[in-house]
Design a binder for this molecule. Structure first.
Ligand SMILES: [Zn+2]
Length: 205
């Protein structure tokens, strides 16, 4: 579920739609939480779907740490990539604001953390642009991304959290906030996508 203070707008004609803040969203706010209305498809379930569904799933879903394709039910599925995104994940099923997000600013994510099926050339235009975003980026940059996430994570209890009620992982998050466990690394969300695609020849291009 995407944060309620967001809406769909045209990002630009090349990229299409994107998700934009309608109000100020402070750093440390949960901007997306995986909820029970999101659909998760195991590879075997995708193999059973008519192939006409496959392109839709590939375009709008991401692959979670269990190797399931997750299709968000709301406009979360339109969040675009940035190499310096406003939102990131740690090793949980939620994303949070890495910095204050102003009204009218686009919410973005790093697709390198979402178990991409294939890499793509990036033209986000930022100084931090990696030019190519690859399926292995999650492992390559995990230490950097874990470091970036640590500070906003600590702000979770200090800012309004309209999505907290939908979070299924309250206990591990609270334990990390209390310092009794480390913040889970984004590595926890990694799967070997090539292995998954091997079992789905109709998706393997
Ligand atoms: Zn880029």
């Amino acid at each position: 579920m995407i944060h309620p203070d967001t809406e769909l707008r045209l990002s630009n004609p090349q990229i299409g739609l994107g998700v934009f803040a309608t109000r100020f969203i402070p750093k440390g706010t949960l901007t997306w939480v995986r909820d029970r209305l999101d659909q998760a498809f195991a590879p075997a379930a995708i193999a059973q779907l008519p192939s006409s569904y496959h392109d839709i799933l590939l375009k709008y879903s991401f692959i979670d740490g269990r190797g399931h394709f997750v299709l968000c039910w709301d406009h979360a599925r339109f969040v675009n990539h940035s190499c310096n995104p406003t939102c990131r994940s740690a090793g949980y099923d939620f994303e949070m604001a890495m910095r204050d997000i102003e009204p009218g600013e686009e919410l973005t994510d790093d697709y390198g953390s979402l178990n991409l099926e294939w890499g793509f050339d990036c033209s986000c235009g930022l100084r931090a642009c990696r030019r190519q975003v690859r399926p292995g980026d999650l492992l390559t940059y995990a230490d950097d991304w874990d470091r970036i996430v640590a500070e906003p994570f600590k702000l979770i209890p200090t800012v309004p959290q309209p999505l907290w009620a939908f979070l299924d992982e309250k206990e591990p998050v609270e334990a990390a906030l209390a310092g009794t466990t480390p913040i889970a690394s984004v590595r926890r969300n990694y799967v070997d996508v090539a292995e998954i695609l091997c079992g789905l020849p109709s998706l393997d291009r």
